[in-house]
Design a protein around this ligand. Sequence first.
Ligand code: FES
Ligand SMILES: [Fe+2]
Length: 359
Amino acid sequence: MPDDASFATPVAVSAALADMNDEQRKAWRTAAAPGRASVAARNLDIAFPYGWYPALLSDELKVGAVKPLRYFATDLVVWRGEDGAVRMLDAYCRHLGAHMGHGGRVAGNELECPFHAWRYDGAGVVHDIAYAEAIPARLRTPCERQWPVTEANRMIWFWYHPLGAAPEWDVEHFAEAVDPDWGDYQIFEWTVYGSLQNMAENAVDVAHFKFVHGTATFPTSDMIWDGPRRTSIIDAGLDTPMGRVEARITASQFGPGQSATRFTGVADTLLLAAVTPVEKDEVRVRFCFTQPKTQSTDTGALFAAGFVREVCRQLDQDKVIWDHQRYLTKPIICDGDGPILRFRQWYGQFYAEGTKAAA
Ligand code: FES
Ligand SMILES: [Fe+2]
């Protein structure tokens, strides 16, 4: 793989990736993007939008496990207590600043710091210091910043709000994600060196589908804007060995961090996109696909596999643009661009008042 692979055009990268083996493709998808301009030069020093975001897959954190995480330019620690519940705190111990994700351990349902064994509950209150007679008063109050956590769809989710406001909605549950008749997630991972909002906007940027993804036409879809939810529905007739079949793609975004796409008709597939900012110019992306287990034996499997391949191919191509794209506060839009301005209006609701919102 050439060092400057990130400079390839979207079309070229698509061809290059098709020739790579799985290991090479994986490396390209998460490798640093050399030559990208600074956060300031790309106007990416804007607030993170608030909402629920995926942290990990549920089975990546077993009972009694502790892990370091970094999201929203913040070092975090996450653990699963003996009661099975997941808790998350800022990583640095309130005592002398040890990073509790490195060497911390679970004691009952609490997190024990590796440095002097102070024990924290999920709100950051210290209940036990083995060698002290009294617990300092400030430790009896919760940490200023709270990270509400929940689990849904075999994923661990956390609520991010720059001002610490409580969750405004619940994480949506998808029946297929926990249905024993549906298979394990097929997971594909990328690191995108760009802005979360630019990435989300891609779905309504009608014109790029032709020039970046090589589609024959500009796709049209029905768009529903409903509070924190946005849904687009694409109906398409597909020619199959069984004749013409009506297929439907329903893509929904619920807040800036929850994204699900259902592909039905010829074959069934649910794609849950775990897209979470790490830094102002870095986003962790994991696409998790699940399909009915029975589908692996019929012709629907071919279509389902084709859908997965196409979605991943498009993300590879988009990444080439996103890794170097600037965030424009006042873009110049022409007719034929699709509902980009409507999208920005909708997305703007997720920037907390008083933060440097860009929408
Ligand atoms: S730094 Fe954590 S207990 Fe001392
Ligand atoms: Fe795209």
